[in-house]
Ligand binder design. Structure first.
Ligand code: IYR
Length: 224
């Protein structure tokens, strides 16, 4: 038997007729397929209301035991962006100069990435997604969260789609190791950086790598 100590409330499913469902799913795919990771940002300002809305969307993600084990650090301060860029580049220099394998460097060649991370300073907003492996209860006792990587990964996916939906672009940046970010942002021990996302407009006439997405036959196996 299911025991639920939060009184359930009626759920009204969002629904469409089948024809409409087919159309909507197709057009949503077409829309999402236009999303690209962009490395060249404009410094054009983006209203904070848009950022607030995309963060609220990200936070609708399902999470282990509904613990919502995420915090979004939102940075527009120029000095702080400059500091984070410098620290990120310091780590990335070491990565590109030897911490990453030869094969890894080869795999990144088509994407044209390097240790220069000017987008951290240029994009009007930097969102650092933090994961909380534990929280504190009212008595100050450590309480581990559940499925933290899965939960924060899902929230990050929703965040990226909300950024695209708003007409903005982003890049999933994972400077490694990332503990310098916790320090720079003065975050508590239970929060660890998960992803860094510059958010803004793409630079006019910017280019992206000519990549293709795997066809359905390669990504899906149907058991009928
Ligand atoms: N973190 C480095 C390297 C990097 C790794 C992967 I896997 C990428 O898809 C892209 C970059 C960087 O940000 O440059």
């Amino acid at each position: 038997m299911r025991i639920n100590n939060l009184a359930p409330i009626p759920y009204k499913q969002v629904s469409f007729d089948e024809e409409e469902m087919i159309k909507r799913s197709e057009s949503y795919f077409q829309f999402m397929d236009k999303r690209r990771s962009v490395r060249d940002f404009s410094d054009k300002a983006v209203p904070v209301e848009i950022i607030n809305n995309i963060l609220k969307t990200a936070s609708t993600a399902p999470s282990g035991a509904h613990k919502q084990p995420w915090v979004f650090c939102v940075i527009s301060n120029a000095e702080l962006k400059n500091k984070i860029r410098e620290l990120a580049e310091e780590e990335e220099k070491k990565n590109y100069a030897g911490r990453m394998s030869e094969r890894w460097i080869q795999d990144l060649l088509p994407l044209g990435t390097d240790d220069v991370k000017e987008f951290i300073e240029i994009a009007p907003w930097i969102i650092v997604v933090m994961k909380k492996s534990y929280d504190f209860d009212s008595a100050g006792k450590k309480m581990n969260n559940y499925y933290v990587n899965e939960s924060v990964g899902i929230a990050s996916g929703l965040l990226i789609s909300a950024i695209h939906n708003a007409g903005l672009v982003t890049l999933t940046h994972t400077p490694s190791p990332m503990n310098f970010i916790s320090k720079a942002l003065n975050r508590p021990e239970n929060e660890k950086p998960y992803l860094l996302l510059p958010v803004g407009y793409a630079l006019e006439n910017c280019a992206v790598p000519d990549i293709e997405r795997k066809p359905l036959e390669e990504i899906a196996i149907y058991y009928k």
